[in-house]
Structures are given as C-alpha cells and as structure tokens.
Design a binder for this molecule. Structure first.
Ligand SMILES: Nc1ncnc2c1ncn2[C@@H]1O[C@H](COP(=O)(O)OP(=O)(O)O)[C@@H](O)[C@H]1O
Ligand SMILES: O=C(O)C1=C[C@@H](OP(=O)(O)O)[C@@H](O)[C@H](O)C1
Ligand SMILES: [Mg+2]
Length: 172
C-alpha cells in the first residue's frame, strides 16, 4: 500500500497536480484542505477567521494523521504549511509514503497566486508588493521542511500534464 504525498508552497499546484495524477493512475485523490473543511464544516477562510491559525494547524495535523491511518492507496495533496507544523514533516519519512516536493520559483508562485489569493487567508489581504516580499521570505523559512521530501520536481515553465509525467517518471 502506497501513499503519494504532494507538498510545496501555496500555488505550486499540489491540488491541481494531485487531481490530474489521480485521473491517470486511478489512485484516489484526497486534498487535505478539503478534508479539513468537510470535517469542520467551514471553509479554510472561515476556520482562520473564527478560530485562528493555531486551531487550523491542530485540525490539519489531526486530519493528516487520519488520512495516513487508512490502508488505502491514495494521492494526498497537502496544504502549503502542513509539513512545517506539528512535526508533520517527520510523518513523511514512513516507508509506505512517497513524498514529492513541487518546487516553484518565487516568480511562478507569485504569478499563480496573485489572482487566486482570496481563499488563502495568509495572503488574502496583501497588495502585490507585500505578497512578493512575503512569498520570498516565507518560502525561504519553509524550504527546510519541504526539503525533507523524498523527491523534488521543479514545476516552473511546466504544464500540468508535463508535471504529472515528471512525477510518473520518478515513480516508475
Ligand atoms: N503548470 C501548472 N501546474 C499547476 N498549476 C498551474 C499550472 N499553471 C497554472 N496553474 C494554476 O495554478 C494554481 C495552482 O493552485 P493549486 O493547485 O490550488 O495549488 P496548491 O494546492 O499548491 O496551493 C491553479 O489555479 C492552477 O490552475
Ligand atoms: O501555506 C499555508 O500555510 C496554507 C496553505 C493552504 O493550502 P494550499 O497550499 O493548497 O493553498 C491552506 O492550507 C491554508 O490557507 C494555509
Ligand atoms: Mg491546495
């Protein structure tokens, strides 16, 4: 039984790539954020607004453990912060987990996030200049955790299909 876990910064494509990889492999896909939202019966935005980030991190950790407990094969798209809290990065070291860091440059992340920030509470209220600075610093802080992944796939200038193929090639 294997779990393929995609990690990386907000906007690198975890949710999109996990879904597309699932279509090709027929391995079921789970998005950790969506699982948290279903369990809390609130959107990520609402969880942050009503209960704060620390509460979100607790739910995220509990849900990650729950998904890893299942014996089913699955492709799991993490949230951008998942490996950086509650020692979640250590859970990635399990033998039945294949972890893939979708590595994107600041420019790629900025371009993908700038029109897509409203559902992401950490950047929702930033202007463009603030966002650029934030991504640069935050990505630097988080890279330590992302680099715990078993594999790294660079996603800059790659289409969705190309990234899916890159992942399939390293799984082969
Ligand atoms: N080549 C690409 N690979 C992945 N996502 C892409 C690509 N080009 C554009 N996008 C867009 O970038 C965004 C990535 O968001 P998402 O999949 O939610 O990332 P994450 O889950 O890592 O935050 C989506 O709007 C997606 O359509
Ligand atoms: O980077 C983060 O801390 C977060 C990333 C989001 O997921 P995506 O990376 O899928 O946007 C979501 O979990 C939440 O808004 C916090
Ligand atoms: Mg996502």
């Amino acid at each position: 039984m294997k779990k393929i876990v995609l990690l990386g910064y907000m906007g690198c494509g975890k949710s999109t790539i996990a879904q597309n990889l699932s279509k090709i492999t027929n391995i079921p896909f789970l998005d950790l954020d969506v699982c948290v939202e279903k369990k809390a019966n609130l959107s990520i935005k609402e969880i942050f607004e009503r209960h704060g980030e620390i509460y979100f991190r607790k739910l995220e950790h509990e849900m990650f453990l729950e998904l890893l407990q299942s014996s089913e094969d699955s492709i799991i798209g993490l949230g951008g912060g998942t490996p950086c809290y509650a020692n979640n990065h250590l859970l990635l070291q399990r033998e039945d987990i294949v972890s893939v860091y979708l590595k994107a440059s600041i420019e790629t992340l900025y371009n993908r996030l700038v029109h897509n920030k409203s559902k992401r509470p950490l950047i929702a209220n930033m202007d463009e200049e603030e966002m650029k600075e934030f991504i640069a610093k935050h990505l630097f802080d988080r890279s330590f955790y992302y680099n715990h992944a078993q594999h790294k796939v660079v996603v800059d200038n790659r289409t969705i299909d190309e990234t899916v193929q890159d992942i399939l090639a390293l799984l082969a």
